[in-house]
Design a protein around this ligand. Structure first.
Ligand code: CMP
Length: 387
């Protein structure tokens, strides 16, 4: 792998490797340090030494962002999304993309300072903070998920927003009609009444504008109730949207892992989707005890990557990618028959006991294959016992 491909791998938001994740965390930390140092610089009574230190930190962060921008620019041809006929075209496509533009905006402070166009002081602080908050918004984990949820739920959100606007204008118009003469300054026109309507509908209630007539107060109370309902509706739409999107992503991730376990290769697509919905992934470091002899059997495991050691008395058996373990306690309804310890870092898929029994009813062929292997293992264990 070339150095450029490696750097792209480290900087690509889609990379799931340990190093790439660490780089992403570092980037977010750097942005937070930058925002904090710029914000600290705006505090009035700061000692000159502390102010100078904050300005130095801000300068270092700005320069690091410039280095990161140049690295991304250099590695852009490695990104399949921006691949083009020539390398320079790929780079230009990255520069013109949303992420390229945001990264460019984030280096403006460094360029401005280096060229002498700005001083690292309180006067440029607002620009720095705004640009870096924008960068944080694109790099922070989960922001993509939020954007996706808003996109998925756009029609439901638009319906709630329409309801909000309808109630808002109706409230402002009725308040203008009921209170316009009594409080000409606050309710003298529909646009003027809109401030009261927004403050009441969002249940903020500053109390700076208050209807004085009895009918006006009744309308105020109704608007508050409508406000709570609309907010509850919005919260409900977003909460279900989040839950669905997280479930969808988890399903796709587990599906990917299941595809790497040969044991599931012969199972049809419909059955696989049933199995995928029941599995959870879990990671173990090397040397971890996944199963302890004598413990109650509450789940079985399919190894996606890594190697484990089954310790049956003095003898051991190695299981690796594609193998499964922990099935015997579920089939025999007995305590665990051996210790299972990871030899290398492992990613496994876990099937809980309740799902195991449900699956036994729906996928008899799958469970028969597990049972056949368990039978072979029992015979093997008996040999171990007698030898
Ligand atoms: P269980 O008894 O639930 O917990 C220990 C697990 O070790 C057991 O299920 C099997 O999955 C596994 N195991 C036991 N004996 C052997 C063997 N001889 N070869 C491979 N795996 C085994």
């Amino acid at each position: 792998m070339t150095l450029r491909a490696r750097i792209h791998g480290l900087l690509d938001p889609g990379s799931h490797g340990h190093a790439a994740r660490r780089v992403r965390a570092l980037e977010v930390l750097l942005i937070l340090i930058g925002i904090s140092s710029v914000s600290a610089g705006t505090v009035g009574g700061l000692a000159p030494a502390a102010r100078a230190a904050a300005a130095t930190v801000t300068g270092i962060v700005a320069v690091l962002f410039l280095v990161e921008y140049l690295a991304r620019f250099w590695a852009a041809p490695e990104n399949p999304r921006f691949q083009s006929a020539t390398e320079i075209r790929s780079r230009l496509r990255w520069v013109a993309s949303a992420e390229g533009v945001i990264d460019l905006l984030a280096v403006i402070p460094a360029v401005a300072v280096a060229s002498g166009g700005a001083r690292l002081g309180a006067e440029s602080a607002a620009v720095f903070v705004l640009l870096w908050v924008l960068k944080l918004a694109t790099h922070a984990p989960g922001v993509g998920l939020i954007a996706r949820v808003f996109h998925n739920e756009r029609s439901a959100l638009a319906a709630a927003a329409a309801l909000f606007v309808i109630v808002l204008f109706s409230a402002a118009t009725i308040a203008y009609w009921l209170e316009g003469e009594r409080q000409a300054e606050q309710f003298g026109s529909i646009p003027a009444s809109l401030w009261w309507a927004v403050v009441t509908l969002t249940t903020t209630g500053y109390g700076d504008v208050v209807p004085q007539s009895a009918p006006g107060r009744v309308v105020g109370g109704l608007v508050m109730l409508c406000g709570i309902s609309v907010l509850a509706l919005l919260a409900g739409i977003l909460a279900t949207g989040f839950a669905e999107e997280v479930r969808r992503r988890e399903f796709a991730r587990i599906w990917d892992l299941v595809a790497r376990v040969p044991f599931f290769a012969d199972v049809g697509a419909i059955a696989i989707s049933d199995i995928v919905g029941r599995l959870r992934s879990r990671s173990y470091p090397a040397g971890a005890t996944a199963i302890r002899k004598g413990a109650a059997g509450d789940s079985m495991f399919f190894i996606v990557t890594g190697e484990v050691e089954v310790r049956i008395g003095p003898r051991t058996r190695a299981l690796r990618d594609g193998d499964f373990f922990g099935e015997m306690a579920l089939l025999d309804r007995k305590p665990r028959s051996a210790d299972v310890v990871t030899v290398t870092p492992c990613t496994v898929l876990v099937l809980d006991v309740a799902d195991f029994y449900q699956l036994a009813g729906q996928q008899p062929a799958l469970i028969a294959a597990i049972e056949a292997e368990a039978k072979r293992r029992r015979a093997d264990d008996r040999n171990v016992d007698t030898s």
